[in-house]
Design a protein around this ligand. Structure first.
Ligand SMILES: Cc1cc2nc3c(=O)[nH]c(=O)nc-3n(C[C@H](O)[C@H](O)[C@H](O)COP(=O)(O)OP(=O)(O)OC[C@H]3O[C@@H](n4cnc5c(N)ncnc54)[C@H](O)[C@@H]3O)c2cc1C
Length: 401
């Protein structure tokens, strides 16, 4: 944005002055524009210039690795993403336990012209947080800093995991507005990818970010919010880890609430016919079982006030998993009836697919058994929103996004 850039350059002197005055502390929000965006980008250009290759760089890099170890960096780590589809062997791996240490690490690596990639729980199917350069994981910066019950806001360090934040909110009668299917993400990774739950009218999670602290290589810690560097705030909420390390986040929450979940199956033709109607539910998702005409539809809506009786009995999971269990025992001698009885739906499906994953005929047979499982799993369930909205994705998987 040229207009903004000009403004930034114009007020640069003021920004530099603040830098000196504030030392390494968090850069407080200043009413005057300080052209952060430009200076961030210039910082990156400076780093890139360093990397343009000289023997000096190699010497610096070697020295940096040595001193990186003094900052807690370790070598020889191998990191893979959740689905084990991507792997990296970073030269140095940091797990700092305070934002101050993050700042020192970034400053040090920046001076040495070294790249650092920040990773969360490494769940992303494309392994976006992995790198063979240096990596930094915020897992030890995981404190729940404060809960403001009146404003319904929670402030956490970016390494706190979604499931820990949910538990911290429970005593206050608060919860997050929406959930992804799992709750293992670090809050940093959760917002940086703009994670989403279901529900056509519910925004992705980055829109719940009220304020955040971003630690940058060139400028140290910067506070961002709608009032404080708003354009950088908008970009940095979904920065994919490219603008700096998010160290602290304030999230807008909602009152804790129960949902009624309905699971039913439809044919593909019925889904096409009913799609608009389904979209009206607060949350709704489809799961089509390939090679069958079965589409699982799951809708969730707030529990109506007053008494609510389940319209259908709860699902009998043992009965529902019978088709998968019987197929598994029939197809392999290595699993006994006894073993199969102790396996849940996801374990049964994983074990079945693993028998012959590249045989289409086999996959078709497994999927037909899965379709039967879902037909028997139609029903209603009531629980707190965080327990309803998370769901079993079912084992290792390639995800195409
Ligand atoms: C089984 C499964 C189910 C899933 N279901 C859903 C779903 O329902 N909805 C959905 O939206 N997603 C879903 N995902 C994807 C997952 O939610 C996202 O990939 C996740 O939010 C990433 O969080 P993470 O902590 O693992 O981050 P990582 O994968 O480690 O990193 C993701 C990105 O965030 C950056 N990052 C991480 N921490 C920081 C930080 N502190 N500061 C700056 N940048 C940072 C990284 O550099 C990287 O670019 C699912 C993934 C799996 C494996």
């Amino acid at each position: 944005d040229e207009g903004e850039g000009g403004e930034g350059e114009g007020s640069e002197g003021e920004g530099e002055g603040e830098d000196q005055g504030q030392g390494e502390g968090v850069r407080a929000c200043s009413p005057a524009r300080i052209g952060l965006m430009h200076r961030l980008l210039r910082g990156r250009t400076a780093a890139a210039a360093l990397v343009t290759g000289s023997s000096l760089l190699a010497a610096r890099a070697a020295a940096a690795t040595e001193s990186a170890e003094q900052l807690g960096g370790t070598r020889g780590e191998v990191v893979s993403n959740w689905s084990a589809t991507h792997e990296a062997s970073p030269e140095v791996y940091f797990e700092p336990d305070s934002p101050a240490l993050v700042e020192r690490i970034l400053h040090f690596m920046h001076e040495a012209g070294r790249r650092v990639r920040v990773v969360g729980s490494a769940l992303s199917p494309n392994g976006i947080g992995l790198s063979n350069d240096a990596m930094l994981n915020m897992a030890h910066c995981d404190a729940i800093v404060s809960v403001d019950a009146k404003a319904k806001q929670v402030t956490v360090r970016a390494g706190a995991r979604v499931k820990e934040v949910v538990e911290a909110l429970r005593p206050y009668g608060l919860t997050l507005q929406n959930y992804a299917s799992i709750a293992e993400q670090q809050i940093g990774g959760f917002i940086q990818v703009g994670a989403h739950g279901t529900g056509a009218s519910i925004p992705p999670v980055d829109e719940q970010v009220v304020a955040m602290t971003l630690i940058t290589p060139a400028l140290g810690a910067i506070q961002l919010s709608a009032d404080c560097e708003p354009s950088l705030f908008r970009l940095a909420r979904v920065g994919l880890g490219a603008l700096g390390v998010v160290s602290e986040v304030t999230l807008q929450c909602v009152p804790a609430h129960k949902l009624v979940q309905r699971t039913f199956v439809e044919s593909r033709a019925e889904v096409v016919k009913n799609h608009e109607k389904h979209l009206a539910h607060q949350h709704m998702r489809y799961m089509w079982i390939p090679h069958t005409d079965t589409v699982v539809v799951v809708t969730c809506d707030p529990l109506p006030a007053g008494d609510h009786k389940l319209s259908v009995p709860e699902v009998d999971e043992f009965h529902a998993t019978a088709p998968l269990r019987e197929l598994l025992v029939k197809r392999t001698a290595s699993v006994s009836h006894e073993d199969a009885r102790s396996m849940n739906f996801a374990q049964l499906r994983d074990a079945l697919l693993a028998l012959d994953p590249l045989s289409k005929a086999h996959v078709v047979e497994v999927n037909k058994a899965e379709a039967l499982f879902w037909e028997r799993s139609q029903g209603e369930r009531i629980d707190w929103s965080d327990r309803i909205l998370g769901f079993e994705c079912g084992g290792q998987q390639w995800v195409s996004e």
